[in-house]
Design a protein. Structure first.
Length: 221
């Protein structure tokens, strides 16, 4: 047996453990918020705490990697939306895909971790892609003119964090999981209809700025 064949199973196991850790970290964050612990993450992933620390030296490093992957996923969803020739279908794809990805679950760690170069780069590219989606939908007259890219991102975040789904998950009510997902899909469809032009009433107040996102991710002093 060569060194390569001996290493292959270990590498495959390490990759499986990494995927399990990242999924567990997202799930524990959704349930426990800022109190998420590495011990619970490792337990939920089905790996030892030593395996976690061999892959990620600190909890911050684990959360940074989770954010990097999430930002790449949002960028991919926006680019897929732009690839659709239909401006409304492309916008709707981005919204529904992003809600499924779950950005709301990452909110609790805002301000608790340092931003990496990879996070900043993916965030800038994703923001530009979302702005292009919104601009194209406005130009086509399918998106109400008073909706901004920041409005869209805030709506996605609000719809991602479902108190109903979280409560049922904590209670272990798998029998109601499908009904809860269907209820969230209906709410998402209602919200999408509210984004369509023409708008029956103007939106209140001034449009939100992206400082609502950037400022809260700065490390707390």
């Amino acid at each position: 047996m060569t060194e390569h064949t001996r290493r292959a199973p270990r590498q495959a196991e390490a990759e499986r453990n990494d995927r399990a850790l990242l999924q567990a970290a997202r799930e524990v964050l959704a349930l426990d918020g800022e109190h998420a612990s590495v011990a619970r993450i490792a337990e939920r992933a089905g790996v030892g705490i030593g395996s976690l620390y061999r892959r990620y030296r600190t909890k911050e490093e684990l959360f940074q990697r989770l954010c990097e992957i999430a930002l790449d996923d949002y960028l991919a969803a926006a680019e897929q939306g732009l690839a659709d020739d239909d401006p409304w279908a492309g916008l709707a794809h981005y919204v529904t895909s992003s809600i499924a990805l779950g950005p709301g679950s990452l909110g609790p760690i805002a301000g608790t971790i340092a931003l990496t170069d990879a996070m900043n780069a993916s965030s800038e590219r994703a923001d530009a892609a979302v702005a292009a989606l919104v601009e194209r939908a406005h130009a086509a007259g399918v998106l109400r003119p008073d909706v901004t890219a920041a409005d869209l991102e805030l709506l996605i975040e609000q719809l991602t964090k479902s108190p109903l789904v979280d409560q049922l998950n904590r209670q272990g009510r798998t029998d109601l999981a499908e009904a809860a997902r269907n209820a969230r899909a209906r709410i998402t469809a209602i919200a999408l209809d509210g984004l369509r032009a023409p708008a029956p009433h103007p939106l209140p107040g001034d449009p939100p700025g992206y400082e609502l996102f950037t400022e809260r991710w700065k490390p707390a002093t």
